[in-house]
Design a protein around this ligand. Structure first.
Ligand code: PBG
Ligand code: MG
Length: 354
């Protein structure tokens, strides 16, 4: 039997004996796809992909202060949290069986400078949060973003000279940032800057400094995207960002290039790779997973969250169903895990239904 596009060619015209449609409305079909959808138990039986709490990484925003949660206007349901509140949400994550938390700081504008020096302060907000979480909940994974944008006055991920983002000079700073986070107790270093060569440089520095067990999740295929807008509100870099990030983040028109980026990061020592954003790049997730068979993650970014949460808040879509549909879509595309602001909500729903 000849096979094309996964089906026998002989079956492409589904066997059907002609009946007189006017005389009898019943079609003489051998194959009826709806049989397997006839009831909830039957649908469960043939379901191909399942989302579990093990698939979730919960990104959180840290801000200075005490006992305060400040809503992020463009991300309904997401707050900036002071360190003590981060620990409370870490507890919530642990109870929900969410394996890992990702931390992003809102840095006081007075602490931002051209070089992003605060990134290297061992007592910065991220380091404080890592220590506080690890002290109370040592068994939850903590992932730290490596990039300079929350700390620079210009909002770029790297050092700038004459309007140009410097690659190698930036990597030298990122290596120090990664070591600072590892010293604070971070479990997973996640470089999101898209400089060339940073994975290899960070791996070497971690190994040379006794952090051989610290994992690297590389933002390997990260696109220059309009969907990061609400995140930049959350960390306070939206207003200060000069220009765009297209000289280091990828062009959204490209797909082969993503494979080259991922291949390099794997060769340099990435333990896990990530595609970002998520929903507009499901084809990239699938190609990366099929090509490399690596632990492959996807980031459902702030703008994707805002679209669903915003439309739901207006009553335009069923927010819970849209959330679950989008998340299982990542699984279907081949993702092993998802960074999503929906993590606690999705985990609660999974828990309630199990
Ligand atoms: N290096 C910064 C960084 N790390 C994660 C995100 C975006 C996450 C989101 O939108 O949820 C960004 C934004 C950017 O590159 O401008
Ligand atoms: Mg790269």
């Amino acid at each position: 039997m000849a096979i094309k596009f996964g089906r026998p060619i002989e079956l492409r015209d589904a066997p059907r004996r002609q009946t007189d449609a006017l005389a009898s409305p019943s079609l003489d079909l051998t194959i009826r796809m709806r049989r397997n959808r006839k009831s909830e138990w039957a649908r469960r039986l043939v379901r191909e992909n399942v989302l579990t709490t093990d698939d979730l990484i919960w990104p959180m925003f840290v801000v200075d202060g005490h006992n305060t949660r400040t809503p992020v206007a463009s991300m309904p349901g997401v707050d900036r949290l002071t360190v003590d509140q981060i620990v409370r949400d870490a507890e919530r994550a642990a109870k929900l069986n969410i394996p890992c938390i990702a931390l992003f700081p809102f840095t006081e504008p007075s602490l931002r400078d051209e070089q992003g020096s605060e990134a290297l302060n061992p007592d910065n907000l991220v380091c404080q949060a890592v220590r506080a979480i690890k002290k109370e909940f040592p068994d939850i994974g903590v992932l730290c973003d490596v990039a300079l944008d929350p700390f620079t006055s210009h909002g770029h991920d790297g050092l700038i000279e004459g309007g140009k983002i410097l690659n190698d000079e930036t990597v030298a700073v990122l290596v120090k940032q990664a070591l600072t986070q590892a010293e604070a107790g971070c479990d997973v270093i996640a470089p999101s800057d898209m400089m060339d060569g940073r994975i290899g440089a960070i791996r070497e520095a971690l190994d040379d400094n006794g952090f051989g067990d610290v994992q690297i999740m590389s933002y390997a295929a990260k696109y220059a995207s309009a969907f990061y807008g609400p995140f930049r509100d959350a960390i306070g870099s939206a207003k200060t960002l000069t220009g765009d990030k297209r000289t280091y983040q990828m062009d959204s028109a490209n797909s082969d290039e993503a494979l080259r980026e991922v291949e390099l990061d794997i060769a340099e020592g990435a333990d896990m790779v990530m595609v970002k954003p998520g929903m507009p790049y499901l084809d990239i997730v699938r190609r990366v997973k099929d090509h490399f068979a690596m632990p492959t993650f996807v980031y459902q970014v702030s703008g994707e969250y805002a679209m669903i949460a915003g439309a739901a808040a207006n009553g335009w879509i069923d927010g819970e169903r849209a959330m679950m549909e989008s998340l299982v879509g990542f699984k279907r595309a081949g993702a092993d895990g998802i960074l999503t602001y929906f993590a606690p909500k999705a985990a609660e729903k999974i828990k309630a239904e199990s």
